[in-house]
Design a protein around this ligand. Sequence first.
Ligand code: MOS
Length: 730
Amino acid sequence: MKFDTPATTNPIDQLKVVGQPLDRIDGRLKTTGQAPYAYEHHDAVRDAAYGYVVGAAIAKGRITSMDTAAARQAPGVLAIVTHENAGPLGKGSMNTAKLLGGPEVDHYHQAIAVVVAETFEQARDAAAQIRVDYAEAEGAFDLAAARDTAKKVNQSASSVGDFEGAFASAPVQLDATYTTPDQSHAMMEPHASIAAWDGDQVVVWTSNQMIDWGAGDLAKTLNMPKEKVRLISPFIGGGFGGKLFLRSDALMAALGARAARRPVKVALQRPLMMNNTTHRPATIQRIRIGTGRDGRITAIGHESWSGDQPDGQPEIAADQTKLLYAGANRLTQLRLAVLDLPEGNAMRAPGEAPGLMALEIAMDEMAEKLGMDPVEFRVINDTQVDPNDPSRPFSQRQLVECLRIGAERFGWSRRNAQPGQAREGRWLTGMGVAAAFRNNLVMKSGARVRLDSRGEVTVETDMTDIGTGSYTIIAQTAAEMMGVGIDKVTVRLGDSSFPVSAGSGGQWGANSSTAGVYAACVKLREAVARKLGFNSAEAVFTDGQVRSGNRIVPLAEAAGRDGIVVEDSIEFGDLSKRYQQSTFGSHFVEVAVDAATGEVRIRRMLAVCAAGRILNPKTARSQVIGAMTMGVGAALMEELAVDKRRGFFVNHDLASYEVPVHADIPHQEVVFLDETDPVSSPMKAKGVGELGLCGVGAAIANAIYNATGVRVRDYPITLDKYLDRLPELA
Ligand code: MOS
């Protein structure tokens, strides 16, 4: 089905099942431990051996020798794969050949060997007996030091009007620089895979957000046809962008299994994950805003510096600044430095999440310079069209409503605009606000649907559920379309033998994948109607029956003994070019800061989201409160500490990479505005998960400023950065 004109009324609009706050249909499996994660497919693979990955002990240089003799003699060892015996590896989309390093080493903890043994302990023991000698080379590990070597990149660059001139002549100006650190996805389930070969074909049970990308890249890396690779990933214990791409666990399992002639399971050891896999790159962001005395923005500029491996990519931290506020003169520019740290890549709303951490502090600083309320400052700089191209309207844009409703519900009028003034005993209290913004992307997505002789519906698609609720919203979609209860729908996900879906990334999954299911269900309805001799435009699917005029046929009977199976996909035309599709929100935070110790406690959080139709308010709320929690991590805790001499992340485990725990998170409130976006898809939905994170960090930073009068521009906002600047206790 091609989607190229705005959606009109369709069966989804009935909202009998879609839009209802239903429990997750996979919830019972997960809470009772019956949902098999990547390492747990014991029923499918009974005789798996264990693979243990060896990571490079230098960040850059060459392996001069590898002595595996002792390890090969160690008890239980079945195979050892290194660059010397792996055979040639092909380059997938992300240069996946580098997932096995050697003799060149590209980054610290790059996989250089996998040891396969009968037990995990034997594999680990043998791995410790491999001797590796290196010739270490000089590397660049410090973004600040490499800043001047960074090259401009075209991606995300924009220039409208005369930014420099307008900024220079603006009566009120802000020129400030902010930094965000390297961060790690730190998902609960490690990267893990089990590989089993059958002749020249391989099946890999894994934990991956994008099944089709993963299958394609594994095939390319192993130099084999994609048809001979099958990926299976029905449950995923968190991905956050770290599992968008093929990673070393899957390749090591496949190589290890081929060498050992046995199925092999590999879970990346937790201390290896943070340097072996990808991370969110650090940024340095310079923001300049110029306004008139009335507070209207005349110039807005956002430049961001980040680093990555040679041939790597920038963090797209300036993109939201193209679209979030009005202003005739504009500039965005990214610069990329070559660093020899591990590969930077997508993490938890890449681009906007770190970009808004800077931009939305800058907006707060500017409001203060103007003596304006930060909500009002944002409201007067709203735009309903793309400021780069006024002929492109936003499909929906309720940013002002999000801010106003949020301010009302949060009690914003009780905020003291004068910082450092509100006190409760030793606690300094304050409130902060930030706008939330995340683009809405759409991706082609397919599904197969079957109506069987019991009148039940089965949906199959390679879509993934990374803890987000995909199973449930897909079941809701099929139930609504076919006129059955959700208990009559079975959803099967995460298998590359199913039709290719949008996958889970960039908050495009919910809208795109359900739209694909919608398309397949439209085709199934037509097939049912045709079989019964009904006019498909007049056939009504409801209560397990199909009706046309005064004929009523139960779906079970319509399906017949053999059932009916169809397959279709949604393909998106140019609506996303004609309209700017984005999601909007506001974040409000109240904090208390201990005036003596500097300890920050977050007291209240509110998110107001305008993100199209909310397909399931319960799973959507869970997405947003999870994202807000990640925002607390980004604001106050999360930072990969770089060893700038040796070039690695020092705190590479969950003991030393800090993330929020329950006790750090207060009551969280989430409000969804009533919105449908007919431009986004027949579902009229958008993504909401990443929106929930975008802006949170800055709202917290602004609340801390309001509480203390101390402005910290370098995340995370830890004690050492402000303790000596807190107001004296009276
Ligand atoms: Mo998302 S960081 O695109 O999985």
